[in-house]
Write a protein that binds this ligand. Sequence first.
Ligand SMILES: O=C(O)CCC(=O)C(=O)O
Length: 360
Amino acid sequence: MYGSNGVTDDAERTAFRRAEKKYKVYYDDSKSSKKKKQLKQVDLSEVVDFKAILRSFNQSGEVPPGTFALQCDFDRPVFCIENRPGFYFIPDALTVEEQGQWIRESLISFPQPYNRTNHNAIYGPIRDLFMAAKERKILVEEEDSSGGLDSLSNSSITNMDAERWKFYEENTVSSRGSTCKSISASVLLRKLRWSTLGLQFDWSKRNYNVSLPHNKIPDALCDLAKEMAAPAMSKGKVFQPEAAIVNYFGLGDMLGGHLDDMEADWTKPIVSMSLGCKAIFLLGGKSRDDPPLAMFVRSGDVVLMAGEARECFHGVPRIFTDQENAEIAPLELMFSHEDDVCFLEYIRSSRININIRQVF
Ligand SMILES: O=C(O)CCC(=O)C(=O)O
C-alpha cells in the first residue's frame, strides 16, 4: 500500500489505478533543466474543492449538484456526496492552533516507542527521531566488540540502551572512520511513513495485535476525534477512539487505493484529519473498477468514513509542496518563531494524516 511508486505496469487496469496515474507526481523529461526537475502539469479541473463549496454555501446557501450540506447540530458545515452514503467532509474543521499542536505531536511524540513506525522493521524502536534530526545526529548500528562504538561518550547516546542502533553526534561518528552501518536522522525523518497509536496495527497480518505494548492515545486527541465523529454517529452513541494511524507524506509519496476493513463495527466512522500540504484524496466505490471522485484535502480538513463508505476504496495519489499550491500560509505564520524552524521546514514539503479508529 505504501511507497513512492505504488502504480506499476498494470496501472491502466482499473478505474482507480487510472485515476492514481492521472494525479500522481511525474517529472517532465522534455523540459529537463540542469538546475531543477520540472513537475509535469496535471489537469485539476475535475477535482472537487470543498473550500470553494464552503465559501459558496456560506455566501448563498448553495452547493453544487451531487453534494449536499448535512442537516445536523454540528457547529460548522458538514458536506456529503449524494452517491457515497457514509462519507462526510468537514472543511476547515481544525483551528490553526490545533493543526500546529497535532503537527508537533505527530513529529515528536507519536513516533516514540512503544508506538511503532515503518522504521521498526529495520532499526528496531527509535527514540527521539525528530530531535536527533534537528541536532543532525547519526543512527549507528552498534558493534559487539569492546573496541566498537560502545566506547564512545555515553552523553552522545540518546536511544534506548538495550537497542542495537543508537544516535551519535555527527562528529563523533566521522572522526572514528567507523565501518559500522549508519544513517542520518534527517534521512530517517524524511523516510518516516507511518506511526501507530493506541492498539497497534500489524501491517504484515493486516490486523490489530492487541498483545503488543502500546501508548495510550492522548486524551486531547480522543476528545477531538469524539467531537469530530459526531455527524457520523447514531443518536446517543459516542465514538470510542482505540487506535490511530499517522501517515507522513513527502513529495512523490502516495497512499495506494485500499479499504480499511479490520475494525469490527463499520457503522463507526474513521476520523481522518489532514495537516500540512494540500493533497488529492480519491474516493472510489466498492470495486476498483468504479471511477473514483477526486477531491482536495487541505490542512485542517476532516473526513469521516462510516457505514457504506467503509466499503469504498480510497487513497492519496499526490501531495502539493510548491508555495502556490500547498496552501499552508497560516501554518507558516504559526511556525515563524526561530524555535519552530524545524517544524516549518518539515511541513513545507510534507503532509500528515491522522486517522482515528474505534476497533471493537
Ligand atoms: O491520508 C489520508 O487522507 C488517507 C489515509 C488513509 O486512507 C488510511 O490511512 O487508511
